[in-house]
Design a protein around this ligand. Sequence first.
Ligand SMILES: O=C(O)CCC(=O)C(=O)O
Ligand SMILES: [Fe+2]
Length: 349
Amino acid sequence: MGELEVIDPVFIQAPEHRPKPESVQANNVPLIDLSPLSSREPDPGALESLVAQIGQACKDWGFFQVINHGVALHLRERMELVSKQFFAMQKEEKKKVARDEVKPLGYYDTEHTKNVRDWKEVFDFTLQEPMIIPHDHEHREMWNQWPPHNPPQMKEVCQQYGAEMEKLGHKLLELIALSLGLERDRFRGFFEGGTTCFIRLNHYPPCPGPDLALGVGRHKDAGALTVLAQDEVGGLQVKRKSDGEWILVHPTPNAYIVNVGDIIQVWSNDKYESVEHRVKVNAERERFSIPYFMNPTHDTKVEPLDELLSSRNAAKYRAYCWGEFFATRKLSNFKKLDVENVQIYHFKN
Ligand SMILES: O=C(O)CCC(=O)C(=O)O
Ligand SMILES: [Fe+2]
């Protein structure tokens, strides 16, 4: 039997979007050491060099990995264990916290990216409750859903881990601000008073058609910054800016993968671009990953930052409301709208 018959056609990517059987294995996504941030006597030269590396990576790749980031390994391991325990439960247990149009956080196994189904199951939780998003001219509150008994302490572990990710996220945003020549805390205000940050647990089961389906189809992240923990299996591919080639981000133990989202692209007026990425699945091995999506408050007006504009560098985007953008994305996911999703280029000048 050919591969075509073994998986449901809803998962099958158009030929031009299928992964090549052997993807380019290159460690070219920059690896950046954040230890200057935690040194007792910060050396200004080391900090300056760190900022320069971050800026270069954002410009050239939109993606980089960080080590010596300050997130305790034992906490990450506990989080990874809870995620494995959660997905190992019976489907009917997981369905008790299923996400739907009214409760958009929790468990979900039918996500579509660009109208093709992803070979994955996910669990989403927000860090600040309730998460508020605008909907039909009013505000909607979104609350977390936690499984009642198992895995033990899932809620506590998720919350603790989330607090660590927030800290790391702000450190990274500060470095990015400095790399753009902005005040270190330039982005802080956008994340004060109820953000729309959330964490997703991803599980990619083994797939009998790894050359036809994708764990997550090609996409860009809509928020400000994504900070991702991937396990040792590997599968994340990044579209290299220099030649459009899909590059596998080789797993580095205990590192985080960081990528610039659409909002930073707009804030920086295209100096840093949000880069397309996707996830290849594996016939033999399941894979787990945990992205933290760092998103501003729902009422943030996203637009190029004044300080970066000049007569020779006019604003490339009109302002848009982040909460409305986010809500439209979430909704189109449920309705499987055939029309194109809302995208930042719709706000291009
Ligand atoms: O699992 C991964 O490596 C990446 C997942 C991803 O890109 C996403 O959830 O937006
Ligand atoms: Fe992504």
